[in-house]
Design a protein around this ligand. Sequence first.
Ligand code: GAR
Length: 218
Amino acid sequence: MNTSYKPRLAILISGKGSNLQSFIDAIQMNVIDAEIVCVISNNPDAPGLEKAEAAGIPCQALDHRQFPDRDSFDVALAELLEGYKPNLILLCGFMRILTPAFVERFAGMMMNIHPSLLPKYPGLHTQQRAIEAGDTKTGATVHFVTSELDGGPPIIQAEVPILEGDTAETLGSRVFEKENLIYPMAVRWYCQGRLSLSNGRACLFGRPLPPTGFAFQG
Ligand code: GAR
């Protein structure tokens, strides 16, 4: 076995890129033994592109507005990604709905993080919706990507209590802290060959995880 081989991560962003930064840091601190081979943003103004550039990672924008429709954008994105030969594709705040054809092409090798306890609150404004519903807790979920929006098999979930007087911002920032812990944890498992998608379930050491994923404590 070639021991110098490192899994190749491709990261897709649309905005700030703080989850991207958590991967840059985790690799630098040897928490994850992998290489980020590219960062691609559908938004040319995404601040995350600067984070990638500062870390010396190849990065580029592929502006979805330059394409006539979703299918042609996804074909171009898939071709661009394949050029980097990724082993794992990470959606880090990539705010585009992906076509089933794209998802199928990268089945079992694409993860997303979402700021809610899925299956609750897929989509946008998750914290506001949890507060308005009177929920006592929310959280974040890392999951494998399927063609259902924020709907693939969960890998890890972290809970965050909703406190009296919380706003979407105060709650969101506490959820964010958990995001930056659980996403690298899932990717570390994947890079160690411990985590896979099998028969529609996320499996750790070959055994299916609970339907809401591994319950992160801490
Ligand atoms: C994160 O909170 C992530 O969970 C969310 O976008 C934010 C991106 O932040 N993703 C979704 O809502 C996916 N449906 P970042 O750009 O700073 O990593």
